[in-house]
Design a protein around this ligand. Structure first.
Ligand SMILES: Cc1cc2nc3c(=O)[nH]c(=O)nc-3n(C[C@H](O)[C@H](O)[C@H](O)COP(=O)(O)OP(=O)(O)OC[C@H]3O[C@@H](n4cnc5c(N)ncnc54)[C@H](O)[C@@H]3O)c2cc1C
Ligand code: FES
Length: 230
């Protein structure tokens, strides 16, 4: 296990799980719940949990090294796909997880930058992981305690105004993703966004993850258009 920050841990398993960047697994703990998590790495399979509620709290506080967890997956037909040219990854909160999985597969890491945002310095995630892969990092914090003061999308807008970008990959809170979609449309740049939704089955049966008629678990979680325009 790796402690990423005060409320986020990465769990490393003892198996490999071939998967495409953006795919997710359903993690199950008996008598608790089953919830979706992206893959952080595939070889070995690891996943990262940020505490936001009861299930993530149990994973992050009760689970010990050597304990057993159950999973189903990987799921999701909509995955991140490589686009040649200069690309930007935009990460908010634990959105860094599938983007880090993508970053490991990129052939030319020097043509890719990652913008990592958080409310404050202590909540930043995966900065050193991305740097170790060779990606240039741009940090933003809402309160200015690290990097640029403001949102990831402010930093993205500044880049889109001055450079020709082939594709923007995003994962994070919905308002951030919506702004990325708007900015990319305005600048005629392709984008791929990993969306979140409430999930139960994880593979297209229950309908709980439906957004504008698309099933996030099956058709996504990565989409090349914002749900309003799917
Ligand atoms: C495809 C996918 C990949 C994910 N990958 C990761 C990951 O790598 N790491 C990680 O920490 N989390 C990830 N999540 C989110 C994770 O599944 C939720 O944080 C978890 O289910 C929360 O469970 P809980 O019981 O702790 O909290 P809950 O009580 O279920 O939720 C706490 C709060 O978070 C909100 N919330 C919970 N789940 C979602 C959701 N799916 N979409 C929007 N808001 C939600 C709730 O509305 C509530 O306000 C992912 C979600 C999806 C759909
Ligand atoms: S989670 Fe059941 S259909 Fe998507």
């Amino acid at each position: 296990m790796i402690k990423e920050n005060s409320h986020t841990r990465t769990f490393i398993t003892d198996i490999n799980l071939p998967a495409m960047p953006g795919q997710f697994v359903m993690i199950w703990l008996p008598r608790q719940a089953e919830k979706p998590f992206s893959l952080t790495t595939t070889h070995p399979f690891s996943f990262t949990v940020m505490t936001v509620g009861p299930f993530t709290k149990i994973l992050n506080t009760a689970l010990q090294s050597g304990d057993r967890i159950w999973y189903r997956g990987p799921f999701g037909r909509g995955t991140y796909t490589p686009v040649p040219g200069k690309t930007i990854l935009v990460s908010g909160g634990c959105g860094c997880v599938p983007l880090y999985c993508l970053a490991q597969t990129l052939k030319s890491k020097t043509s890719t930058r990652v913008i990592i945002g958080a409310k404050t310095k202590t909540e930043l995630l995966f900065v050193n992981r991305f740097r170790r892969l060779g990606l240039k990092t741009v940090i933003t914090t809402d309160d200015g305690t690290a990097g640029l003061k403001g949102f990831t999308t402010n930093a993205l807008e500044a880049i889109l105004k001055t450079e020709k970008i082939a594709c923007v990959y995003g994962c994070g809170p919905d308002p951030m993703l919506k702004t990325i979609a708007d900015l990319c449309r305005a600048h005629h740049v392709r984008y791929q966004l990993s969306l979140e939704a409430l999930m139960k089955c994880g593979f297209g049966i229950c309908g709980s993850c439906s957004r504008k008629g698309k099933l996030v678990c099956l058709d996504g979680p990565v989409f090349t258009r914002w749900p309003d325009t799917l």
